[in-house]
Design a protein around this ligand. Structure first.
Ligand SMILES: Nc1ncnc2c1ncn2[C@@H]1O[C@H](COP(=O)(O)OP(=O)(O)OP(=O)(O)O)[C@@H](O)[C@H]1O
Length: 286
């Protein structure tokens, strides 16, 4: 997918510290530009700071995490530049889900167990789109649930009546509901079995193609990340040490850590997208 030159989100010199007894600088001077419609993969070993960066970008970090310095700017399609770190609580609530949304690992468990899928979707729509009529809310809820491959009859279901895969799809529908320009996905399918993961990932790529939102995608599955990402940022000890297209990283990774990371997957010469397009299993992807 080609990317336009004006980013949708820019992160500049972001530093995030956990103010524990021994403070940990989990994200160090990170700068990043996310372009409209691109899938940016975030790779790196456990503990390198991926989740901290993702949470901070959505301003979802909680104490002891503190943003020590940096700027996050959302370049809205309306032309307005939004200073994300400067938003007050009310504006932040309006910003989240609407402009930028998140799907985290296990997000499916954050669905409210005592309300139906329909009620959860319509609550969000009523809050953020008060101008919509009841009929429009019903229509939109059915359309979004269908888009993520769930039968709209399921709108009347409670979360416990759905499989894990379906619940995670509902969370993706929630994240897409207001047509945000950026979605941050941290291990969105990790808790699911491989076949369901593949179906959902294929769906995410297709939806991105249709709707044009940008995605920051975090997974430990490097082969998968290489296939679905337009560019990959490699993090090491809180810093982004390399950022390039998946193809170029495969051929000419400069940083020793990236080479080590790629070297640990000897069969990574497969054509990008084969897994998503054909559903080939990892061992067939050589
Ligand atoms: N609540 C916390 N208090 C103190 N340190 C923390 C806290 N949460 C995370 N850290 C530290 O911050 C660093 C980055 O953690 P983070 O979870 O962002 O890494 P990650 O790359 O997402 O790891 P994983 O891939 O395992 O999810 C690690 O050193 C971790 O120990």
């Amino acid at each position: 997918m080609t990317t336009s030159s004006t980013p949708v989100l820019t992160i500049e010199d972001l530093t995030v510290v956990y103010e524990a007894e021994h403070p940990v600088t989990a994200v160090r001077d990170v700068s990043l530009a996310l372009h409209p419609g691109e899938i940016l993969g975030l790779a790196g070993e456990s503990g390198c700071g991926k989740t901290t960066l993702a949470y901070a970008a959505a301003r979802l970090h909680r104490p002891p995490a503190r943003i020590a310095s940096g700027r996050i700017t959302f370049h809205d399609r309306s032309g307005e530049d939004i200073d994300v770190l400067g938003l007050d609580d009310a504006r932040l609530r309006a910003f989240r889900w609407d402009k930028l949304s998140m799907v985290f690992q296990g997000a499916m468990n954050s669905l409210n167990p005592v309300t139906t899928v329909r009620a959860q979707l319509s609550d969000t729509l009523r809050t953020h789109r008060p101008e919509l009529s009841r009929a429009q809310i019903r229509e939109r809820s059915a359309a979004v649930i269908e888009r993520v491959g769930v039968d709209p009859a399921r709108l009347s279901s409670y979360p416990h009546e759905l499989s894990g895969g379906m619940r995670q799809r509902v969370m993706i529908a929630m994240a897409m509901l207001l047509e945000p320009q950026v979605m941050i996905m941290d291990e969105p399918t990790t808790a699911l079995d491989v076949v369901v993961q593949r179906d959902i990932l294929r769906e995410i790529v297709r939806l991105r193609d249709d709707l044009g939102f940008a995605v920051v995608f975090i997974t430990h599955d490097l082969p998968l990340l290489l296939e679905i990402s337009d560019r990959i940022a490699v993090m090491y000890d809180g810093e982004i040490v390399e950022l390039d297209t998946a193809a170029r990283l495969r051929q000419e990774a400069r940083h020793p850590y990236t080479r080590k990371l790629l070297g640990s997957f000897p069969s990574l010469s497969g054509e990008r997208g084969a897994f998503i397009r054909t559903g080939a299993e990892p061992e067939e992807r050589s």
